[in-house]
Write a protein that binds this ligand. Structure first.
Ligand SMILES: [Zn+2]
Length: 322
């Protein structure tokens, strides 16, 4: 254990995980089998003492945010819950454009908590869910956590590097240690099973991997700025302001470049920033109420009305794989 940090006579301790807090919420009142499964999710900030030599950009940091969840359920709900969870995990990873994974099923280590029967059930549930999804996986014998077996999913980025992100861990031990129970149908108290799950893992690392994966050229839905509006001269400033305002009120992330620079310079900057679309507005566009779109790769689209352009954006969003 690390010694607490003392500030003005008050002792503070860094929080390395979110689990115990969710358990306390679960235990804050009596739970019935009818309430289960109960799912708590949190973007929880946690701290780990990583040696300074291992710190690396966003990929390994000392304070990070986990998309953490803890699910409390009865043993007969394990199969369905894990299957649904696997589905959810893959939905999220695919939505972000990760299509190749390395999947590991880690089984009971030599030292373990809980009963053999529960371990067998949990391992079978994890295996069944992977098979039902038709996902190839490797078994890592004995590599489970002492409290239960787990599925780890590593994503592969564009450069073929693997990153540990998603994890689904069954836990028999914490419900026992913290006495997390529910009242079964026959009125007797039973021990709940807990699942720890993270989809992206650390948000910092996930976004670090995302930036590398897309080399900064995010798909339209994910790009921090989706459209740059570039007036050719000062005379189109008012019209360009109006275009930015209309795009924003339609829900798009648009910026205008009103600096007194040459158009070529503004286009190059927009391309460097990897903004998906630049809208050039010159005298003719302003006069005709149109915009001249230019895609990130340099492809030019003939001038269209703003409504037509928004139609193009919507069309592109619809073709984003889910
Ligand atoms: Zn946890």
């Amino acid at each position: 254990m690390f010694s607490p940090i003392e500030i003005e006579g008050q002792e503070y301790q860094l929080k390395p995980m979110n689990c115990p807090f969710h358990i306390q919420i679960y235990k804050s009142r009596m739970r019935s089998y009818r309430d289960l499964p109960i799912r708590y999710a949190e973007l929880g900030t946690v701290y780990r003492y990583e040696p300074s030599g291992t710190l690396h950009g966003l990929l390994r940091v000392r304070g990070f945010t986990q998309d953490d969840a803890h699910l409390f359920l009865s043993p007969d709900q394990l199969d369905e819950e894990i299957f649904a969870l696997l589905d959810f995990t893959l939905f999220v990873l695919r939505r972000f454009g990760f299509e190749t994974y390395e999947i590991y099923l880690s089984t009971r280590p030599e030292k373990y908590a809980g009963t053999l029967e529960n371990w067998a059930k949990a391992e079978a549930a994890l295996k069944k869910a992977l098979e039902r999804k038709g996902l190839p996986f490797e078994v890592d014998p004995g590599e489970g956590v002492f409290y239960g077996p787990k599925i780890d999913i590593k994503i592969k980025d564009m450069l073929g590097r693997s990153w540990q992100c998603s994890t689904i861990q069954v836990d028999f031990n914490n419900p026992e240690r913290f006495d997390a129970t529910y009242i079964a149908e026959d009125g007797s108290p039973r021990r709940a099973i807990m699942i720890h799950r993270a989809l992206m893992g650390s948000l910092e690392r996930f976004f670090g991997v995302l930036v590398e994966h897309y080399a900064g050229a995010f798909p339209l839905w994910l790009a921090p700025v989706q459209v740059d509006v570039l007036p050719v001269t000062d005379r189109q400033s008012d019209y360009a302001q109006d275009v930015v305002a209309r795009l924003r009120s339609a829900g798009w992330r648009a910026e205008g470049d009103f600096r007194n620079e040459k158009l070529g310079y503004k286009i190059r900057e927009s391309q460097m920033q990897k903004v998906p679309y630049a809208l050039v507005v010159g005298e003719r566009e302003a006069l005709q109420g149109q915009v001249a779109p230019r895609k990130r790769g340099g492809e030019q689209i003939p001038p269209v009305s703003l409504e037509e352009f928004i139609g193009i954006l919507k069309g592109e969003l619809e073709t984003t794989p889910t």
